[in-house]
Design a protein around this ligand. Structure first.
Ligand SMILES: Cc1cc2nc3c(=O)[nH]c(=O)nc-3n(C[C@H](O)[C@H](O)[C@H](O)COP(=O)(O)OP(=O)(O)OC[C@H]3O[C@@H](n4cnc5c(N)ncnc54)[C@H](O)[C@@H]3O)c2cc1C
Ligand code: FES
Ligand code: FES
Length: 1378
């Protein structure tokens, strides 16, 4: 017990209440809903829809806004960015908030960062754009405030709190790097108005020193504002008969905190709300009373004293980091702080660190915290006070954490201070974090090691070796996160090490056994990855020994400076810098007109200013608009026994109605393809996946609808579930025997066969390999989730605004479900915030449910899915399993291949047959193999239906092809690139044919391959890497080259058609409508270019407003990379019809465009035309009959070389360089096309190395069966800004032109580059092979079979060393014992 604070009531100072006061973009707001999230307030109440909701959990940065306020201690202005989705209004009281609309718009002028981002093509779908711009704006303002110069390094390290799914990030970096120059040369305009901020300094300053209480309850509010005396607050208690909805108290002293905690014992303390906010959103915790600690000076100190540092519990992580960065680097006493700084840099993203507090992290007591292991290792002391009795207590960190998310604190305790002692001269501290992604990710394992050496190291007197011999580990702290239900010391290991000499080689064997005893993890331990976590625990300990040894070595040999030079036993250099080169051969660029030029187009300007509208941004047209929420199955396979909605109707206000299958006015089922009606709007009694729709609730607000959906109780009779390909194979759950409906007329196994595989496989003179590879699912993670707004009209008309790639399919399904003819239903899409295939069909059941409600209630109904719902309901890229057999000769020539592909399609057919067909069509990638048999099987499982995803089965099949190539190379001890070269299609004097009989006319794959090998200096670098690897044991490099070819056209021949409507108005302006959807791929921009070029008029004269089924009927989905080809050609058709007509009034086009149009009008010539195009010379190739033909119009081809660096102790890696060479013909719009290549590559990078969809199944027995674990950005990791190649070079092939008569000789570019990211996978395999060859000759003999995604877990376990060997043997021994 320390001291006490009096708890008697006494005057607690001046108080002001009760409306939140903030400024938004210069306008004052007084608000009475303190609990409302800032993002909701901005979007719903202020119509500032530029701030986007991408995830609602602080993980994507789409909602970033900038905040300016007054520091409650220094009373100086401070500014920072926050995630508006985690900040409620009470938290932004006394803040000036700037949103994207505030920094610039088209009327008042764009800010330079908005202009530059547009110019560099850094905004594709645009959904992430406002958030990214606000982050950049925040950085600029922060520099301005701190009077520091903005530099490129800051830009490169700043965006760890933002995600973009489209661009590949390079263009964003380039735009902002240019901004650095602009800003430093000219200084940007003062934003926001400095005079206003100066005035607010006093107002906000006074408020932040004044106790404030906010509530949404008007009566209470009135009682407070009526009285100026403090007693009205003091005497208020929850027993009062005023019903408090929410109350937020912002005390300004410790005494006030204690007082209000006694008045409201259930009140929740908050600082950054980054933990509490998540609990409220994801776990639906319903706290009503909050005490905000942000204005309490006693919790905001950061004091260095003689023996350590006191940090107030409410100090933000960013402030601590800033403080650490100012410490002198060389002082031994700060070693723990350097380690803390390192951890903090990888903690969350900037926006989280700006608000999250150290106290909040400690009290949360997460077992995977990055910081707590360090605090425990350092014997940090926590001090807290009981708000009830005012008694202070303290404990050292290791005693503080007592169980899973449990600490010594009681409900009424307030953490006040954290004391971190300085390190003495012989004390060394290291901290580590291993996570899936380097930035903004939760640790899988975190660790801190503290060593006290018995004799200090005196470099001038002791030689390096003798120093080592003399150093004894006198005291040791080894602490891990992620290894138990709480942060835990490895006590037995610590004991075993105490008194030992420092020698990593001797110590590790001891630690193997003790660590096993310290941490017993069962196979079903939460989080899984048991063997990996154990391996990492050992690896990090080994690393810390080496680090210590190395530190001593440096100190002994040089000076007191900590090591800076590269040490291969240490971690990879986390600093990131990206250089990029894009090469577009001069003659491919436009020399006249718009085609081939990167003309600016208006959409990105709108996206950059936040004015671009997505479905959820459309304002409610009428007051009676209702909101929907889905009732979803929680069982993978079950009969629904009963549905109980009584609680909903009994308890909820604003409830309107719940819809189930019996309410559907038309038919409940519909078909996606082949007339197979296996899709249902609402499940009709038999659920076949977790996340399947059972019902749809409609209510007056979003919140009421969601709450109602949660209150519906469903009783199930569970049935056995098939979840994986392995399950499906064991149960023979293939087409057409799924038992759900007879699909035999539609489906049968599909295959491609050419030559005589069996005969070649039987040849004894050939070598053979066989193997298999699994490729996991991938989540689309378009930044804009699925959304729909349905507005009923007269006579059963219905207009739908939908985020879809396929308005026409949506229209058709909705009319069927409503029992209407299609002419009554109009489906409109202006733009979508990313689709990638995920919105080709999986929006349809969502739109149908919304349509049913709107149609029956005769009111507008809308929905925008939460990220979690979206990920659970809408399916993924198909997981594949490929088994292969290959026969080849000694020179590496492959003579026969057989592959068997299994695709996990989920619970409905959707587009799976077409996905499998495309996989089969790409099974040979770019290799001429004379004898092939490729067989595809669809596996029906009880998971949500998988669907289209950029590449559409092609990348999975090509990955399997590159794997068997590598396997052959391994067998022959050749470079895989040599085997690739030997077997690649060539067109020297003849046109090669694919196994399905399509001639490769205009084949440039070989040129791309040769060109990229040469431009990347591949063979020299490969040699250098071999030398590098020979000298490094724990850090390996790898390099690989991979080619690709991608067929352009829908393999469903019917879809290869397009319609365009061109209208010319009397002022000469042109409105174009077509069936394609703009989703960031630049389709609208390219069509505008084409039309303007045809008419020879300025770009601004041509406009595309939206895609709508009442302008162009029956449009195919926007997919298969071919929309520009299709709609571009159809647009040309329409334009040429009009030009022909115009010639009749102005034969030689002597008149101006406007005069010509006027004249045509007066001469009664029609000024509108529909254009049509259908791709010629393609065949419908039926693979159920092994038919031959031309499924594609042409191929887009390319090749890439990637070099990576791998930390073999943790599996972490980064890409040093990637070179891409693509033949995209003559690019129509180089900036857009480069963006597609980079974006596709980075999405492929996610597919093959990072993004892991985790579902409860045999491999993840710690999860409920069939339930998705990866439901948001916290668990599912997309590539971030720092995952892209540090040197990123994209080139287009010289002299390229499409041999087909497609506009400007261009080629499709959307999907083809994605597979090139497999070069990273192969480079990693290359590095792993090098690690294995160092460590075990046995392991090196075996082909390194790797599944995708090649996560750090898979990589580390594949780097088979003594640690992995120990862990695996130990796990086996435990299993055997059982
Ligand atoms: C996107 C995102 C990324 C994240 N990344 C990481 C990461 O990389 N590593 C990591 O370890 N964590 C991470 N977190 C978790 C979280 O941000 C941290 O735990 C953070 O430090 C919590 O601080 P806060 O101020 O926001 O806490 P709050 O949410 O305000 O509070 C958290 C808890 O602490 C209590 N509390 C706060 N202060 C006190 C006090 N003084 N006395 C008593 N109780 C108190 C609150 O009542 C609550 O129970 C992340 C969270 C998000 C949303
Ligand atoms: S929406 Fe706020 S961070 Fe994603
Ligand atoms: S442009 Fe970044 S998510 Fe689409």
């Amino acid at each position: 017990m320390l001291k006490t604070i009096s708890t008697e009531s006494k005057s607690l100072g001046d108080t002001r209440v009760a409306m939140v006061l903030c400024y938004i973009n210069g306008i004052s707001h007084q608000v009475q809903k303190p609990e409302k999230l800032l993002i909701d307030y901005l979007r719903e109440d202020c119509s500032l829809t530029g701030t986007k909701l991408g995830c609602g959990e602080g993980g994507c940065g789409a909602c970033t806004v900038w905040i300016w306020t007054v520091d409650p201690v220094s009373m100086q202005p401070i500014c920072y960015t926050v995630n508006a989705c985690l900040v409620n209004l009470a938290m932004v009281d006394s803040c000036y908030i700037m949103t994207i609309e505030g920094i610039g718009n088209r009327k008042k002028g764009l800010h330079p960062i908005q202009k530059l981002l547009t110019q560099y093509g850094g905004s594709q779908c645009g959904f992430c754009t406002p958030g990214i711009l606000m982050s950049m704006y925040g950085l600029g303002q922060k520099c301005k405030a701190s009077k520091t110069v903005l530099d490129i390094e800051q830009v490169e390290s700043h965006f760890d709190g933002n995600l973009c799914r489209c661009t590949g990030y390079r263009s964003i970096f380039d735009a902002f790097k240019e901004y650095v120059q602009v800003a430093n040369q000219s200084g940007t305009e003062e934003q926001p108005p400095q005079d206003l901020l100066q005035n607010l300094l006093n107002v906000f300053g006074t408020r932040r020193r004044t106790l404030r209480i906010f509530t949404s309850n008007a009566e209470y509010l009135h009682s407070m504002t009526d009285s100026s005396s403090l007693s009205s607050y003091l005497h208020f208690s929850p027993s009062s008969n005023i019903n408090i909805d929410h109350i937020f108290i912002r005390p300004t002293s410790l005494e006030q905190v204690m007082h209000y905690k006694r008045v409201y014992p259930l009140a929740k303390f908050i600082v950054g709300n980054s933990e509490v906010g998540i609990d409220v959103k994801m776990k639906h915790r319903q706290w009503k009373q909050f005490i905000l600690l942000n204005d309490v000076p006693e919790l905001l100190h950061l004091n260095m004293c003689s023996d350590g540092c006191h940090i107030g519990a409410a100090v933000s992580l960013d402030k601590i980091l800033e403080h650490i960065e100012q410490l002198k680097r060389s002082e031994h006493r700060f070693r723990a702080f350097y380690a803390l700084g390192k951890q903090l840099k990888r903690f969350g993203g900037v926006q989280i660190r700006n608000v999250a507090s150290l106290g909040g992290n400690i009290v949360t007591a997460s077992p995977i915290s990055d910081i707590q292991p360090l605090l425990v290792a350092m014997n940090a002391t926590f001090q807290w006070i009981s708000c009830n009795d005012g008694i202070y207590k303290k404990a050292i960190a290791s005693d503080f954490f007592v169980g899973y998310r449990q600490t010594l604190l009681h409900e009424d305790d307030l953490l006040v201070d954290i004391w971190i002692p300085f390190t003495n001269e012989s004390e060394y501290v290291f901290a580590y974090k291993v996570s899936r992604r380097q930035e903004d990710d939760i640790a899988i394992v975190s660790a801190a090691m503290r060593f006290v050496l018995r004799s200090a190291c005196y470099p001038d007197t002791i030689s390096f070796r003798s120093t080592l011999n003399k150093d004894i580990l006198e005291d040791v702290s080894i602490v891990y996160g992620g290894m138990a239900e709480r942060i835990k010391r490895a006590e037995q290991t610590e004991a075993a090490l105490r008194g030992s000499p420092l020698d990593p080689r001797l110590l590790m064997p001891i630690c193997f056994d003790t660590l096993d005893r310290d941490f017993v993890l069962n196979a079903d331990s939460p989080g899984g990855m048991v063997a990996f976590r154990k391996t990492i625990a050992c690896s990090l300990l080994l690393r810390s020994f080496y680090r210590l040894e190395h530190t001593l070595q440096i100190m002994a040999s040089h000076s007191i400076h900590l090591p800076k030079e590269e040490d291969e036993r240490d971690e990879l250099d986390p600093s990131f810098s990206c250089r990029a080169i894009q090469t577009i051969p001069q003659h491919l660029k436009s020399n006249s007109g718009f085609l081939g030029s990167s003309s600016p187009h208006p959409a990105p300007f709108l996206q950059c200013s936040g004015e671009a509208q997505y479905v959820d941004d459309i304002p409610n047209a009428s007051m009676d608009t209702l909101y929907g929420a889905f009732i979803l199955s929680s069982e993978p396979h079950a009969n629904v026994l009963s549905i109980d909605c009584s609680q909903v109707y009994d308890t909820l206000p604003g409830m309107t109605r719940i819809f189930f299958s019996q309410d559907v006015p038309g038919t409940n089922s519909f078909s996606i393809v082949h007339g197979v009606c296996d899709e249902q709007v609402f499940c009709s009694g038999h659920v076949t996946a977790v996340g399947q729709v059972i019902g749809f609730v409609v209510a007056d607000t979003r919140e009421h609808a969601k709450m109602a959906a949660r209150l519906v109780k469903i009783e199930y009779e569970r049935l056995p579930a098939i979840l994986t390909i392995e399950d499906a194979r064991a149960q023979e759950s293939f087409e057409p025997c799924c038992g759900r409906m007879n699909l035999s007329s539609v489906l049968s196994p599909h295959w491609i066969e050419d030559g005589n595989v069996d005969e070649v496989m039987n040849r004894t003179d050939l070598l053979k390999v066989s193997g298999k590879m699994k490729i996991g699912a991938q989540e689309h993670f378009y930044l804009e989730t699925h959304g729909c707004l349905a507005i009923p009209g007269e006579n059963d008309e219905l207009v739908l605004f939908v985020s879809t790639q396929s308005p026409a399919k949506t229209q058709m399904a909705v009319s069927k479900v409503l029992g209407l003819e299609s002419h009554k239903v109009v489906c409109k899409t202006k733009r979508i915030g990313g689709g990638f295939g995920g919105k080709e069909t999986r929006n349809i059941f969502i739109s149908c449910a919304v349509a049913v409600a709107a149609h029956l209630l005769k009111k507008p109904v809308r929905i925008s899915l939460d990220r979690e719902e979206d990920m659970c309901m809408t399916g993924h890229r198909h997981p594949f399993l490929g088994e292969y057999r290959v026969a080849f000769d000694k020179l590496g020539k492959i003579l026969a291949v057989e592959t068997l592909l299994f695709a996990n399609i989920g619970n409905t057919l959707d587009l799976s047959m077409a996905v499998l067909d495309r996989a089969l069509f790409h099974s040979e990638n770019v290799y001429f193999i004379p004898n092939v048999r490729f067989i595809g099987r669809l596996c029906w499982t009880h998971i949500i239906s998988n669907t289209a995803f950029r590449g559409f089965g092609g990348p999975q099949a090509m990955a399997i092809a590159e794997t068997w190539i590598h396997h052959v190379a391994h067998q022959l001890k050749m470079d895989p690139e040599s085997v690739r070269s030997i077997n690649m299609y060539r067109s020297e004097g003849f046109v090669p044919n694919t196994p399905y009989g399509m001639p490769l006319i205009g084949w440039t794959g070989w040129q791309c391959w040769q060109s990229v090998l040469e431009s990347s200096d591949f063979w020299n670098r490969k040699q250098q890497i071999t030398e590098y690897n020979a000298q490094h044991r724990y850090r390996k490099r790898g390099i690989a080259a991979v080619p690709t070819k991608f067929g352009i056209s829908f393999t469903n021949k019917t879809y290869n058609q397009a319609g365009v409507l061109v209208l010319i108005y009397l002022d000469g302006s042109v409105l174009v409508s077509h069936g394609g959807v703009e989703m960031g791929q630049g389709l609208y921009a390219k069509i505008v270019q084409i039309v303007a070029s045809e008419f020879d008029i300025p770009l601004h004269k041509v406009y595309i407003s939206e895609t709508s089924t009442d302008k162009v009927p029956n449009a195919s989905p926007t997919a298969a990379s071919s929309s520009t080809d299709l709609y571009g050609m159809a647009a040309i058709d329409a334009c040429r019809q009009l030009l022909d007509r115009l010639k009749t009034v102005d034969k030689d086009f002597c008149l101006s465009w406007e005069a010509r149009i006027q004249k045509a009008y007066h001469e009664r010539i029609s000024l509108s035309a529909t254009g049509f195009y259908c791709t010629p010379e393609i065949d419908s190739v039926d693979l159920s009959q092994n038919q031959k033909g031309n499924p594609f119009y042409y191929f887009t081809v390319g090749a890439a070389v990637s070099e990576i660096e791998l930390d073999t102790l943790t599996g972490e890696h980064h890409i040093l360089r990637t070179d891409i060479m693509m033949d995209i013909g003559r690019p129509l719009h180089p900036v857009i096309d480069i963006g597609q290549v980079e974006g596709g590559f980075v999405q492929g990078l996610g597919l093959f190395t990072l993004e892991e969809v985790i579902l409860g199944d045999e491999d993840h027995s710690w999860l409920p069966r069939g339930h998705l674990f990866t439901k948001g950005p916290s668990t599912y990791k997309l590539p971030g800004f720092h995952d892209i190649p540090r040197d990123f070079r994209v080139s287009f092939l010289s002299n390229a032109v499409n041999h087909r008569p497609i506009i400007h000789g261009s080629k499709a570019v959307g999907e083809p580059p994605l597979f090139l990211a497999f070069s990273v996978f192969e480079a990693l395999r290359n590095a792993i092979e090098s690690a294995r060859s160092d460590l075990s000759s046995d392991a090196c003999e075996l082909f390194c079979a790797l599944d995708s995604p090649l996560t750090i877990e898979r990589i580390r376990m594949a780097c088979y060393d003594e640690i992995v060997s120990h862990v695996l043997h130990e796990s086996k021994a435990v299993k055997d014992e059982k």
